[in-house]
Design a protein around this ligand. Sequence first.
Ligand code: IPD
Length: 295
Amino acid sequence: MTTARPVPALPDGVTVEELERLCVEVAVEASRFIRDERPPRMGVAATKSTETDVVTVMDRRSEELLHRLIQAARPDDGILGEEGADVTGTSGLTWVLDPIDGTVNYLYEIPAYAVSVAVVVGDAHSQGGWTPVAGAVADPCRRLVHHAGRGTGAWTSPEDPTESVAPERLSVSAEDRLARTLLATGFGYAPEVRARQAEVLRRVLPLVRDIRRIGSAALDLVRVAEGSVDAYAETGLNAWDLAAGWLVVEEAGGVVVGAGEEPGSAPGTALTVAAGPALVDQVRALFVAPVDAAG
Ligand code: IPD
């Protein structure tokens, strides 16, 4: 069963619309930056959790840029970023940033990566303790930005606001049968996590139309929102991978849930499932069944 999420209160004088506009502005600026300023022969700058969990110089520079722009516009807000930004604010709002989501694609020049920027209410460090109120996922390769504000719908706009192309409203697919579901998923960086994810897929793959591993959780969520996949499920995500995409899916009429038993449990590291209302519980059931039941 799924329920609509309550709209959290914003600080006095702050509107969802202005936060959404700022999300779009800064995400597009970082998106242009990682596309247009990519150094020639760019390599790996460092590794994080495992040898396959890479950081490029542009992940760091993109986060620095976002940090600067947000602090200039909203100096009292907190900031939490994948590459280490961790500022405690005083306004009750925190910006949750993935400066390049899909870093491995970026490294290999596979055109599926994004900049993800969200504003959340609550404690961004605690699983289930926060809710997104505005967000943008900027796609440098398609020169588009997908965005939403709580209660304002989900939209795709050209990255160049002077282009005379009207924003397109997003809406999730109406698919209600697993056998016809195109399911996006992804894998963590740790070998033991991947081994478990492979076991789950062994059970899931025969039951769905097919799976897609696109390589950017933010873009996977946008695809659910625009109906270009029917569902998405992944374990191991961090707040920055999912914060903006979560809101975009909900504002496109979809449902995003986690592993918890309670209705509408928050998505997060244990599990993130996104789909239309007729499908989401069926997909979730596949991913919460014990792994040793695979076969
Ligand atoms: C990763 C991507 C990938 C997902 C991983 C994420 P990153 O983010 O979103 O699709 O499968 O779980 O960590 O490391 O490229 O920012």
